[in-house]
Ligand binder design. Structure first.
Ligand SMILES: [Zn+2]
Length: 186
């Protein structure tokens, strides 16, 4: 018997007392998290937690509006892993690891990439180049972070006038957010 639901990378899906981390999940301090977007399968026979990507894959092209997970931030760029094309149910194939250059993050000058994006943020971006390397931009108001978690407690940050806010930690965070932050259903 298997239970399925859609999950995003970083979502808590199970605990190690109950399930083993398998394809598409990882174990961190006894908690099992999704490592990719897809359908969660908690298999009660094998006692495994898996996340399977929707198929068949869809190859990215310039102009695509995509959802991606921030992988890392560096002084001159952020890297991201594209998980879905907006409005397309099929999974993404081919090269999904892209870069967002520091000058293509927001309309103004970006001094510090880590104030715009953080690892594991979910963003909406636009593909400007698919080959030889995947390039993504987030300058437009509708592009940017659509979901971010607190660096301390992992709670989903809420949008407030001064930026993004963690209710548990009473702490503000800065991000380049999309105009519909917190309201997006992928
Ligand atoms: Zn917090």
């Amino acid at each position: 018997m298997a239970d399925t639901r859609k999950v995003l990378p970083g979502d808590e899906v199970a605990v190690e007392e109950e399930y083993l981390a398998a394809d598409g999940t990882y174990n961190e301090n006894g908690v099992i998290y999704a490592s990719q977007f897809g359908d969660l399968e908690l298999d009660l026979n094998e006692m495994t937690a898996k996340v399977k990507s929707p198929n068949p894959p869809n190859v990215l092209k310039p102009g695509d509006i995509v959802f991606a997970v921030i992988a890392d931030t560096k002084p001159t760029m952020a890297t991201c892993d594209v998980v879905a094309v907006e409005g397309v149910k099929r999974g993404v194939g081919g090269e999904t690891y892209g870069t967002i250059h520091v000058s293509k993050i927001s309309p103004g000058y970006t001094e510090d990439v880590s104030k715009e994006f953080r690892k594991n943020d979910i963003i909406r971006g636009r593909v400007t180049q698919a080959k030889p390397s995947l390039q993504v931009v987030t300058v437009d108001p509708h592009l940017g972070v659509i979901l971010a978690r607190c660096a301390r407690c992992r709670e989903t940050l809420v949008r407030k006038e001064k930026g993004l806010y963690c209710q548990s930690c009473d702490r503000y965070y800065s991000r380049k957010i999309a105009d519909d932050y917190g309201q997006v259903v992928i």
